[in-house]
Design a protein around this ligand. Structure first.
Ligand SMILES: [Zn+2]
Length: 199
C-alpha cells in the first residue's frame, strides 16, 4: 500500500475533493487537484479519469513535475503537467485546485477578468483573476508560458479562469486553495446574479 508516509496529505486532498463533488463544483470525472510533496520536486495528484468523490490513496499518484510516476498504479491527471509547471515556477505554492465550477466557467465565457463583486473577493483574490483562452479540454503545454508570465507580472495572483473549461487556484495548503476556489465561484455567482438584478 502506497502513501502511508503521506497519509495526512492523502486525507487533506480527499477531503477537498469530496467536498467539491458534493458542492457540485466538480461533477463527473474531470478536474484535478494536487499537493506538493514537501522537500521533493514531486506532487501528490489525482489519477486520470478519477471523479472527485473517488479520490483516495488508490486513485492518487505521486508524480514528478514532468508527470512521470514516482509511486502509484494509475496515470496522473492530464492537468498534472500544468500543476508541475506552476510548482516549478512558484516555490511558495504548496497546493493547486482545478475544477469546472459552473458560475466561474459561465463568467469566463463573456469576460476577460473576474469582476470583484464583493469587498471580500477583492481583498482575498490578489486583485487580478485573468481569463485565459487555451482552446482545449486540458491546458496544452504551449499555453504554460502565458500563464506563468501572468504570475510573474502579478505577484499576488492566486487564481485564474479558463474559457470554456473552469478555474484554477493556488495556495500554500489544499485547504486554502479550496477556499479560494469557493470564493472564485461565489464571486462569479454574485456577479451573474447582480447583472440580472440590475435594470
Ligand atoms: Zn479541467
Amino acid at each position: 500500500m502506497i502513501y502511508l508516509e503521506y497519509k495526512e496529505l492523502v486525507e487533506e486532498i480527499k477531503k477537498a475533493a469530496v467536498k467539491f463533488y458534493n458542492l457540485r463544483y466538480q461533477m463527473s470525472n474531470g478536474g484535478n487537484l494536487s499537493i506538493r510533496i514537501p522537500g521533493q520536486d514531486w506532487m501528490l495528484v489525482k489519477g486520470t479519469d478519477v471523479a472527485f468523490d473517488e479520490v483516495r490513496a488508490e486513485t492518487l499518484v505521486i508524480a514528478d513535475f514532468d508527470g512521470n510516476i514516482i509511486e502509484g498504479k494509475i496515470k496522473p491527471s492530464k492537468e498534472a503537467l500544468l500543476h508541475g509547471a506552476i510548482y516549478r515556477e512558484l516555490p511558495k505554492v504548496g497546493a493547486i485546485m482545478h475544477c469546472h465550477s459552473p458560475y466561474a466557467t459561465a463568467w469566463a465565457a463573456g469576460h476577460e477578468t473576474l469582476e470583484f463583486s464583493t469587498h471580500h473577493s477583492g481583498m482575498k483574490l490578489g486583485g487580478y483573476v485573468p481569463v485565459f483562452d487555451t482552446h482545449s479540454y486540458a491546458v496544452p503545454k504551449e499555453c504554460f508560458p502565458m500563464i506563468l508570465q501572468a504570475f510573474r507580472e502579478n505577484q499576488n495572483m492566486n487564481a485564474f479562469l479558463l474559457r470554456g473549461h473552469g478555474q484554477v487556484t493556488v495556495a500554500q495548503t489544499m485547504r486554502e486553495a479550496a477556499y479560494l476556489a469557493e470564493l472564485v465561484e461565489e464571486t462569479a455567482q454574485i456577479s451573474i446574479l447582480a447583472s440580472a438584478a440590475e435594470k
